[in-house]
Design a protein around this ligand. Structure first.
Ligand code: PBG
Length: 326
């Protein structure tokens, strides 16, 4: 090789040099832990398709969140598994619903030491498993659902949520929630919009954990088609115009192009959700001894940041926080 050709390997010679020139870094500050809390159980129940993930009791949730806060994890997002489900998902906005109880407990436990987020959706609470109110013919009624999301957001904010995260992909959900929060005096409660959420086969394990698989049909009439990237730009623009404080792309790895485009499109923080199926694939292959699970998890998370995400919702939050702290 002849002068003055640049040798790319020069800056890769030592770990400390590689560290110095790294373009992106993963830190505990990037992590939000999704957590499940279930009503009517005496002990936490492991989720078979997500090794290491639990359906928590109120007590075990409290301990888990305390320990995540102590590790420096800045946020958690809560999903509830209620004891009773019905057509309108009544437990979702009941002041004594499982997530509202959890929010009050956790606010008491960690104060402002950690951002408490709540998923604002109906699928965990409806007996049919869809994310909205159904019409007589079994379709998801957009506008009837908006009223429910607005009411859920207010119940969650009343209980102590700092951030509400609508995940149902109804049109107008961010505007409806913003209006309701403001009228209830919750002007400081932020909205993290699941803005570009795709109808993905990667949500399977989550539906075990949250017990929310649709009883009939699928979610393709409200979630996005994997074929579409330009459409994500419209979803994002609408949500920001409606008042979203932060936007999310979900899932993450199969949609890195979308994350990068969204990062270039808007100035609000961009989140990505490394979803249950992405987690389960890594865990399963690692359990078989086929990959180094921790190394792959780090590579996944770094790729999501490199694509442009500011923070990542991931079931690896605890493992990675422990690793990054050591
Ligand atoms: C809907 C919701 C889902 C997820 C988060 N919020 C499931 C769905 O849309 O079917 C999936 C998250 C994951 O797979 O980790 N409330």
């Amino acid at each position: 090789m002849s002068f003055p050709e640049r040798r790319m390997r020069r800056l890769r010679t030592t770990p400390v040099l590689r560290r110095l020139v790294a373009e992106h870094r993963l830190s505990v500050d990037d992590l939000v832990a999704p957590l499940f809390v279930k009503e009517g159980i005496d002990a936490p129940e492991p989720v078979a398709s997500m090794p290491g993930v639990m359906q928590h009791t109120q007590e075990s949730l409290r301990k888990e969140v305390r320990s995540l806060a102590d590790l420096g994890v800045p946020g958690v997002i809560l999903f509830g598994v209620p004891a009773q489900k019905d057509g309108r998902g009544s437990q979702a906005d009941d002041p004594n619903g499982v997530v509202q109880v959890a929010l009050r407990n956790l606010r008491d436990e960690v104060g402002d030491g950690l951002v408490l987020m709540a998923d604002d959706c109906l699928d965990e609470y409806t007996d049919h498993g869809h994310c909205g109110i159904l019409t007589e013919s079994g379709e998801v009624d957009n506008d009837a659902t908006l009223e429910r999301y607005a009411s859920i957001a207010v119940a969650q904010a009343d209980a102590g949520a700092g951030v509400v995260a609508p995940s149902g992909m109804m049109d107008g959900q961010v505007a409806a929630i913003r209006r309701a929060l403001d009228s209830a005096g919750h002007t400081s409660t932020a909205i993290l919009a699941y803005a570009a959420k795709y109808a993905s086969a990667l949500y399977g394990p989550f539906r075990d954990a949250a017990e929310c698989a649709p009883r009939f049909g699928d979610r393709r009439s409200y979630q996005m088609d994997a074929a579409n990237a330009r459409e994500a730009a419209d979803e994002i623009a609408l949500d920001v115009a409606e008042g979203a404080d932060m936007v999310m792309v979900k899932p993450a790895l199969a949609y890195l192009d979308v994350i990068a485009a969204v990062r270039a499109q808007v100035n609000v923080p961009v989140a990505a959700y490394h979803v249950s199926g992405e987690y389960a694939m890594v865990k399963a292959a690692a359990q078989l001894g086929w990959i180094d699970g921790t190394a792959v998890a780090l590579e996944h998370l770094l790729a999501i940041k490199r694509a442009g995400a500011d923070f990542v919702l991931t079931y690896f939050a605890r493992d990675l926080a422990e690793l990054l702290a050591s």
